[in-house]
Design a protein around this ligand. Structure first.
Ligand code: ZN
Length: 477
């Protein structure tokens, strides 16, 4: 029986329930939007870091750490960038009671401080490509309602910032970042749409922005990552200048991309059910939990079997634990289901008799008996099968979230329905039409499909003038 608000009945209540009960986040800090990422949440983030760090490493990124305080003059240097962040920037103005001569911004993102340093490090084309990644927290005093992991005022993220000697290399870097993030989302069995954001919604100071949006089961969408081609905008402001091979000078071509703990919110939302989390096997900090089903007189024999299984599974390089605590097996079953551990192995008296173990899958709740010699083999197969099952579900969610609207009425009906998802429309490209969609429907143009020209199927849905693009509309978190 479910102890949660049903996901289908009230998605947000369900989400908040899970985050609290699975001990992912504790919001009782008395600092709005700044929460404790508890160890269960941190373990997931830590796995995400490992997965991404491996990809950063093989693609030549270097991890570094830059200061949290950013001199205000850096932000002001890039006027457009600064304007974009003004409403959300938090400042440090005092040291004790003494007012500081110059105030500092708490980083809302690190372009300015990093590029100030790059200008001192880069002298020649041979200093590039320079690819730096930073794992850190950022602070944005968002005025909207905060929701743990979905919309926080302080959150953990990765931000990578690169410099190149040609514009072509910067374009290639954008593609590389799309592989880094895209393959990670795939490993997390997340559905996502890659769009090029409309000009007015481009990252302040960037040439263009690519965003990754995932559809959530409540019909809204969540941005789970972005990549920006900065071209030479920041390099000119921060004087990241270099000597080319032919002796002439040019400014660096830059890109940056970021992904935050929001991705955990997406994983919880997309995969979880009324019993708790369902973690994709590749990401799950713990892939297998062994639970003894204790029976009087058989305690020692069962314990022995569990320990043997544990050792064998550990040696196979699978992330496994044996819970030999005093809690009842029923309590443990619920607990690990809540935490989303993909596979549970039960060993009880009947399993002992039959010289085997019982497997329980978290995703389908299916139970399978397997003889002792097949334990590791079965885990390997099941982890694969669970991944496939979750990908199948993600694909279905994506398909169900996609639709077209040829008229405004159709769009309005869809946006006011229970599950709006992504709706494809024709747009003239005018900001005034985008504003109207925002005002009347509380929805936003997410952008054009990246890397694929789509055929326009009508006139602009708002003004009826000639359409220039096919764009995706959604209600976003
Ligand atoms: Zn229009």
């Amino acid at each position: 029986m479910s102890v949660f608000t049903k996901k289908k009945e009230d998605f947000m209540a369900w989400y908040l329930d899970i985050v609290r009960r699975a001990q992912i986040v504790d919001t009782r800090t008395e600092v709005k939007g700044m929460n404790v990422l508890l160890s269960n949440g941190y373990d997931i983030w830590d796995r995400m870091k490992k997965i991404l760090d491996d990809k950063f490493y093989i693609t030549g990124h270097k991890n570094m750490y830059f200061p949290l305080f950013i001199p205000e003059k850096f932000l002001e240097l890039e006027g457009e960038h600064f304007e974009g962040f003004v409403p959300e920037v938090a400042y440090v103005t005092h040291a004790g009671k003494k007012k500081l001569d110059k105030k500092f911004a708490l980083r809302p993102t690190s372009e300015t401080i990093m590029y100030h340093m790059y200008s001192q490090w880069i002298r020649a084309y041979s200093d590039m490509p320079m690819k730096v990644n930073q794992w850190c927290n950022i602070i944005r005093i968002d005025t909207k309602d905060t929701k743990p992991l979905l919309r926080d005022r302080e959150f953990q993220w990765t931000e990578a910032h690169t410099c190149h000697s040609t514009p072509e290399e910067a374009v290639e870097q954008v593609k590389e970042s799309m592989w880094i993030y895209g393959s990670t989302y795939d490993e997390c069995c997340l559905p996502y749409l890659i769009t090029k954001r409309p000009k007015y919604d481009t990252f302040p100071g960037a040439l263009y922005s690519i965003a990754y949006d995932t559809p959530l089961p409540d019909g809204k969408t969540l941005q789970i990552g972005t990549t920006h081609n900065l071209d030479q905008g920041f390099a000119k402001v921060f004087n990241i200048r270099f000597q080319k091979e032919d002796g002439s000078h040019d400014y660096a071509y830059q890109t940056c991309y970021g992904l935050s703990t929001r991705v955990i919110a997406a994983i919880i939302s997309v995969h979880g059910d009324d019993r708790g989390l369902i973690l994709p096997p590749y990401l799950a900090p713990l892939q297998v939990i062994i639970v003894p089903v204790i029976f009087k007189g058989k305690e020692e024999a069962i314990d022995q079997e569990c320990k043997e299984a544990l050792e064998e599974i550990q040696k196979a390089g699978i992330r496994v634990k044996y819970d030999d605590s005093d809690k009842t097996s029923g309590f443990k079953f619920n607990e690990y289901e809540l935490l989303g551990v993909p596979i549970r192995i039960e060993i009880g008296p009947k399993d002992l008799e039959k010289k085997g173990v019982t497997f329980a899958r978290r995703d389908t709740k299916e139970r399978i008996f397997v003889t002792k010699d097949k334990i590791v083999e079965t885990i390997t197969e099941l982890l694969e099968e669970i991944t496939e099952e979750l990908k199948k579900r993600a694909k279905k969610l994506m398909e169900e979230s996609m639709s077209d609207a040829a008229t405004y009425d159709e769009l309005e009906n869809k946006m006011n329905s229970k599950k709006p998802g992504f709706v494809r429309i024709n747009w003239c490209g005018d900001v005034s039409c985008a504003d109207e969609i925002k005002e009347r429907l509380k929805a936003e143009i997410r952008g054009t499909l990246y890397g694929k020209e789509e055929v326009i199927f009508g006139s602009c849905i708002i003004c009826d003038e000639e359409a220039k693009e096919v764009v995706y509309i959604s209600k976003a978190y």
